[in-house]
Design a protein around this ligand. Structure first.
Ligand code: MG
Length: 245
């Protein structure tokens, strides 16, 4: 069974507080599938912008015309890590740079996910929004081990401190998974600039009433209305409406 026309709608915005945009994204459509990725350069260290853009470039170069196996995708992301690590050691101004990377590839009846950091991939199935990724961040990990409540984690001073990213280490542990893809499902990738100001219920609500570009615009608008404290990037993957919209 081939996939109907899958499309990705994407937008990134600097937000209203930050001096630059250190988020980056990639969308690549294949004849029979699609790959999308979001990277968010690590704040509090130099080179966040360089790190996120370079990770996306490595992916872009490596994934040209056709979908890759999950093993290949993992290898490509590890290569990005090694390149960032080497670059930072060659250029002192970039020492310590890092970036999140969350990528999804839809091919056949599968979604491959490779993830590190605190950007997120969600799947929307029958109105329900499921997180496909775990946040590699201090507060999220304390929450997962039962040391914080959801409410405490939401306001924890270290909620933005990432525990795993590409760049700072010579090797990196990635989360890799493959889940089933069913017709009609949608995928959402985002940086923390979105979910920090919009909870999952608010995101699901917007996605239930908007599609495609409208949905992406609306998510960005709502994050700005909430103060736009961080760079915000949204990529929405869905089947094109049959009337060609
Ligand atoms: Mg961010």
């Amino acid at each position: 069974m081939s996939i109907m026309a899958l499309k990705a709608f994407a937008r990134t915005h600097q937000g209203l507080v930050r001096g630059d945009n250190q988020d980056a994204y990639l969308v690549r459509a294949f004849p029979d599938g699609l790959l999308a990725a979001v990277a968010d350069g690590m704040g509090g260290a130099p080179g966040g912008r360089e790190a996120s853009h370079h990770a996306i470039e490595v992916l872009e170069r490596a994934v040209r015309q056709e979908p890759r196996s999950i093993v290949e995708l993992e290898r490509i992301v590890k290569r990005a890590n090694r390149e960032l690590y080497a670059w930072a050691h060659a250029e002192p101004r970039l020492y310590g740079m890092g970036t999140t990377l969350t990528l999804v590839q839809v091919h056949g009846q599968e979604v491959a996910v490779v993830h590190v950091g605190d950007s997120r991939a969600y799947r929307l199935r029958e109105g329900r929004l499921d997180r496909l990724t775990k946040d590699h961040a201090v507060a999220a990990e304390l929450l997962a081990s039962g040391l914080l409540t959801e409410a405490e984690a939401q306001h924890h001073p270290q909620r933005h401190v990432v525990t795993r990213v590409l760049g700072p280490g010579s090797s990196v542990r990635l989360d890799v998974l493959v889940v089933a893809w069913r017709p009609g499902e949608r995928l959402l990738l985002c940086s923390d600039g979105l979910y920090d100001v919009l909870d999952d219920a608010a995101i699901a609500e917007i996605l239930s009433t908007h599609r495609g570009e409208d949905a992406v615009e609306r998510l960005i608008e709502e994050s700005l209305r909430a103060g736009g404290p961080d760079n915000v990037t949204v990529v929405l993957v869905e089947e094109e409406a049959s009337d060609g919209r």
